[in-house]
Design a protein around this ligand. Structure first.
Ligand code: PLP
Length: 372
């Protein structure tokens, strides 16, 4: 199959079908536009699926991380351990509550935080570990959970990319005080913008519900404004859109896994490092991310793929190397975070979604195998 300008293969197409859209339209026609019954239904679905007591829907996956840190009382003077490689929101939320992100390098092949380096980053100021399940693969979350318990630290999982990913028998988002999910169109299912917090702690769940809705708490049937809260609510038509796709989640993920296996066997270029697939984990392939080895140049790779009608992009950032963080903390990233730096500079995210066809994957592999 030869791609042309008219059948460009985009990096992402959301997993929406006509039934999903019809459901959202039905909610729109009902006139119930803000947070209501559809949000409640989505929350119930999420909690059941992840295997936790509570799920709280919010406006996006950054708002959910922000609220998690606030609910745990993390702020000025506190340190939070984060991987050096993630979408920038993971570190931004730590800054937003006035705390300090302490970066830890990632493993070269999983793109997840290197567990062996976490304990050396813990100080008397450390309050929490905020690991990421990067690109839909669980980090070593059981081991991280043990480290958190041993040092009396909170554990917040940035599960923005990892809905459906497991380690052992447990879903990501069920290990820590909080799991934080995103329903952005780049993730496996979407509400447009959207986020979900999961927790087993009833008190924390109640705090999140208050904070997301202007600080309102109902006391003895009376509405009281008990804290200066946010409006971080999700709308009902967004929730309906996500709920509708949620019913197909396993089908969507299975399709993506099949296509990922096709990439793994189809890419034969020795200058392209393939992503790891650890045996005790189920990957959800939110992103199929490879790393180009020198002399291949990632930006030239993106241009070449584009010239062949294939959309691609970098995968995530080496966060301490971004302008705000490098000005503030001036880390020697090449020395401290070599794997994060390489994944950011040479990493390449390839098209992977349920609507992608096998022949398209084969074509992308052919083009990748030509890179030299
Ligand atoms: C997408 C993403 C976020 C942010 O989610 P939004 O819903 O876009 O705010 C945070 N962390 C990671 C790892 C992500 O991939």
């Amino acid at each position: 199959m030869q791609a042309s300008a008219t059948d460009f293969i985009p990096l992402m197409i959301p997993a929406l079908n006509d039934a999903d859209i019809a459901l959202a339209v039905r909610v729109l026609k009902s006139g119930m536009l803000v947070q209501g019954k559809e949000v409640e239904k989505l929350e119930k679905r999420f909690a059941d699926y992840i295997g936790v007591e509570h799920a709280i829907a919010v406006s996006n996956g950054t708002a959910s991380l922000h609220l998690a840190l606030l609910a745990l009382g993390i702020g000025k003077g506190d340190e939070v351990i984060v991987p050096a490689f993630s979408y920038i929101a993971t570190a931004n939320v730590v800054e937003l509550v006035g705390a300090t992100p302490v970066f830890v390098d990632i493993e070269k092949h999983t793109f997840n935080i290197d567990v062996a380096k976490i304990e050396a980053a813990i100080t008397s100021r450390t309050k929490a570990i905020l690991p990421v399940h990067e690109f839909g693969l669980s980090c070593d979350i059981a081991r991280i959970s043990e480290i958190a318990k041993k040092h009396n630290l909170f554990l917040i999982e940035d599960a923005a990319c990892s809905l459906g990913a497991t380690e052992g028998k447990k879903q990501t988002g069920s290990f820590g005080q909080f799991g934080s999910f995103s329903l952005h169109p780049r993730k496996s299912i979407t509400s447009g913008e959207g986020g979900i917090l999961t927790t087993n702690d009833a008190e924390l769940a109640a705090t999140i519900r208050i904070l997301r809705n202007h600080g309102i708490q109902t006391i003895n049937g009376k509405m009281e404004f008990v804290v200066a809260g946010f409006n971080y609510r999700m709308t009902d038509f967004q929730a309906a859109l996500a709920s509708s796709q949620f019913k197909r989640l396993e089908i969507i993920l299975e399709k993506k896994r099949k296509l990922a296996r096709r990439y793994l066997s189809g890419i034969k270029n020795p200058l392209i490092q393939l992503p790891a697939t650890p045996a005790d984990k189920v990957h959800t392939w939110q992103t199929f991310h490879v790393v180009l080895q020198p002399p291949l140049d990632r930006d030239k790779g993106i241009e070449y793929l584009k010239s062949k009608g294939i959309g691609s992009n970098y995968g995530a950032q080496c966060m301490p190397a971004q302008t705000y963080y490098s000005k503030k903390y001036n880390s020697d990233c090449a020395k401290k975070f070599p794997n994060a730096l390489l994944a950011w500079k040479q990493g390449l995210a390839l098209p992977l979604y349920d609507k992608l066809m096998e022949e398209q994957v084969d074509f992308i592999c052919t083009v990748l195998n030509e890179l030299e």
